[in-house]
Design a protein around this ligand. Structure first.
Ligand SMILES: [Zn+2]
Ligand SMILES: [Zn+2]
Length: 246
């Protein structure tokens, strides 16, 4: 599978680049994970959004869903020719107001995921972990069924011991690393130290620091994460259009 970063800032877009969104592809199947602000433009650089096969949403904070509505309009108004199928959009149901907005007649259909069960979407198998965050949010462990390769996306979370097991053996871990070291056990986000230690304990191969904070020293953030992750983990900062093949 291949994962491509479409947006990586936390909370709001910055300097022309967007907030959390990732494109996951395998065997011709194209899945969007979160749909952050300013990322529909980046998605269009990667593919025709009419060819997307599905979307999955970790939680309903604006920096993860801001471009979902305009993606629905794109698919409603853009087609000239063959009708396109309704887009499946997977989300949790603990916020019914937002869950119901996933469905738009003739354009998209919301599907619930049950965080206690695994879920197969195309070539991928998802399992979920409830995170530490001010609103209900789920991290995702995504296995490519055919190859067994594993991507873990923390979504938004503060420190949670259960992540050590959840990330175990992942080829790539995309971690919310909004905070520099010194602010551990935050109510909403990981620090560089926590992201690094999690990757080390889980024997993760590559750690991508994402959901980054504007106007902090990102080189220092990466160095701190690398120090705690140890030499066995490649630690990199997320960038727009960064693609990693797993
Ligand atoms: Zn966020
Ligand atoms: Zn959030």
């Amino acid at each position: 599978m291949k994962v491509t970063v479409l947006g990586y800032w936390g909370a709001f877009p910055w300097n022309g680049e967007g907030t959390s969104s990732y494109l996951l592809e395998a065997d011709g199947f194209k899945l969007l994970i979160d749909a952050g602000s300013s990322t529909l433009n980046v998605l269009q650089e990667q593919l025709d959004p009419l060819t997307l096969d599905g979307v999955i949403i970790s939680h309903y904070h604006h920096d993860h869903i801001a471009d979902l509505g305009v993606l629905q309009y794109y698919r409603q108004l853009k087609p000239k020719g063959e009708p396109i199928p309704e887009l499946p959009i997977y989300g949790h149901t603990e916020d019914l107001f937002h869950y119901e907005s996933l469905t738009m007649a003739g354009v998209s259909q919301g599907y619930p995921y049950d965080p206690a069960e695994s879920l197969e979407i195309g070539p991928f198998r998802f399992t979920f972990l409830r995170t530490v965050h001010p609103v209900t949010c789920f991290a995702m462990r995504i296995e490519e069924i055919k190859t067994g390769s594993v991507l873990v996306y923390t979504a938004d979370s503060g420190y949670l011991a259960a992540f050590d097991e959840f990330v175990k053996g992942a080829d790539v871990l995309i971690a919310d690393t909004y905070l520099l070291a010194g602010q551990e056990k935050h109510h909403a986000h990981f620090t560089s130290q926590e992201a690094g230690l999690m990757a080390r304990q889980g024997q993760v191969k590559t750690l991508i620091l994402s959901h980054l904070q504007q106007e902090i020293d990102l080189d220092l953030l990466r160095e701190q994460a690398q120090t705690h992750a140890g030499d066995q983990v490649a630690v990199i900062l997320a960038q727009t259009n960064l693609s990693v093949t797993i």
